[in-house]
Design a protein around this ligand. Structure first.
Ligand SMILES: *[C@@H]1O[C@H](CO)[C@@H](O)[C@H](O)[C@H]1NC(C)=O
Ligand SMILES: *[C@@H]1O[C@H](CO)[C@@H](O)[C@H](O)[C@H]1NC(C)=O
Length: 367
């Protein structure tokens, strides 16, 4: 009996258990717990509306805003080029004037300012905001618009002593580059001249050139001459010449930029006419270029180049620097003229927040 009772009790227990399991399963299937359980309360920051909370968006909000008050010369480019070309991504560049009161810096292009100053950004300016004076011309080609002397916070120029100096620099390399090969040459001396307007100060270089070209053949290219050079031919043409005339239109401290960077990047020896040799050597090694002032007259320079044309070994010594320094080709399309300047300004305002006033603008610039 006890055994039968025991076994029937056991059977009953099993049935009850089984029924229990089935009914619980049914309950669970009909009302899955995930739908029934109250959700945990969101923490306050999760209430931030539908906005995208990816880290890159947050970073954009933190990035200082650089407002281009006008596009220099109306040469527009894609603002994402700063990241693409120079890996500069630490500020937000905009041309949207609606962002004026929130802009950390405003870039004003000197040549775009009207003589009555009526197209400057409005006053009062936000107390945190810095105005950048953007100007890449030499003093010879600069108009003294009155009223700008004590208006800006930062200067941007090719000048090394500007608050934001802009130029392509040669960079050092630790591991020597043994692979550089001098490009094939089929011309001796070349010169690309795009501007020959006497008002821009080209007199000195033209006097030198007239005398120089009596003794050596010079291949001329550019807008000012019959052979217009397409942009895509700029570097290949330059590379095909042994020497390139890097003659500046006017002579000022630090005023040599793409005219020397082009040949250095292309693998050509620049023959420079501009400020003294020592000034060039602030930016390029002395054995990378020839300075016209190293010769008593144009004729002896021409003779020296003709002699180097016959002496491959001596010529190749102008490229020894390539082993431990790297050049960077500059951008050559017209609408890219200010890309480096604008991107460099962006990088500067992201790294510097110091208070600064730029006083006596012209006293600094014209000295
Ligand atoms: C959020 O970010 C993702 C990925 O970057 C993007 O595809 C999506 O469009 C963004 N949504 C909003 C509302 O900005
Ligand atoms: C910027 O320069 C102006 C003019 O000198 C000055 O009044 C202003 O306080 C400066 N602001 C900043 C943030 O440097």
């Amino acid at each position: 009996m006890s055994s039968t009772n025991g076994s029937s009790l056991c059977r009953l227990g099993l049935i009850v258990t089984f029924a229990g399991v089935i009914s619980l399963s049914v309950v669970f299937l009909w009302f899955p717990p995930s739908n029934n359980c109250p959700l945990p309360l969101p923490r306050p920051e999760q209430y931030i509306p539908a906005k995208n909370k990816s880290s890159s968006t947050e970073a954009v909000e933190d990035k200082p805003i650089l407002l281009l008050w006008t596009w220099p010369e109306n040469y527009r480019f894609d603002l994402s080029d700063c990241k693409k070309l120079y890996n500069i991504d630490n500020c937000q560049i905009t041309d949207d004037r609606a962002l004026y009161s929130n802009a950390d810096a405003v870039m004003v292009y000197h040549r775009g300012i009207s003589w009555d100053l009526s197209n400057l950004p409005p006053s009062p300016r936000p107390p945190f905001q810095r105005w950048i004076w953007l100007h890449m011309e030499s003093p010879t080609n600069t108009q003294r618009i009155p009223g700008l002397e004590n208006l800006f916070n930062l200067t941007l120029s090719y000048r090394h002593d500007a608050d934001i100096p802009v130029r392509m620099r040669l960079t050092t390399r630790k591991k020597p580059d043994e692979g550089f090969v001098i490009p094939k040459k089929d011309k001796l001396v070349c010169w690309i001249v795009s501007n020959n307007a006497p008002s821009t100060g080209v007199g000195a270089r033209n006097v030198f050139y007239r005398e120089f070209s009596k003794y050596i053949q010079v291949h001329m290219f550019g807008k000012a001459y019959a052979t217009f050079l397409d942009y895509s031919h700029y570097y290949p043409t330059m590379a095909s010449c042994k020497f390139y005339l890097s003659f500046e239109n006017s002579i000022h401290k630090d005023y040599f930029t793409e005219k020397i960077n082009g040949p250095l990047a292309a693998g050509t020896v620049p023959v420079v006419l501009g400020p003294p040799r020592k000034n060039y050597e602030n930016f390029a090694p002395g054995n990378a270029f020839i300075h016209v002032n190293d010769f008593p007259d144009p004729k002896s320079l021409a003779e020296y180049l003709l002699q180097l044309d016959k002496d491959e070994e001596a010529y190749s010594r102008f490229f020894t620097w390539r082993k431990y320094l790297s050049p960077t080709p500059h951008l050559i399309l017209q609408n890219q003229e200010f890309v480096l300047a604008i991107c460099t300004a962006c990088d500067h305002i992201a790294r510097h927040r110091e208070y600064k006033e730029a006083h006596d603008l012209y006293k600094w610039y014209f000295n």
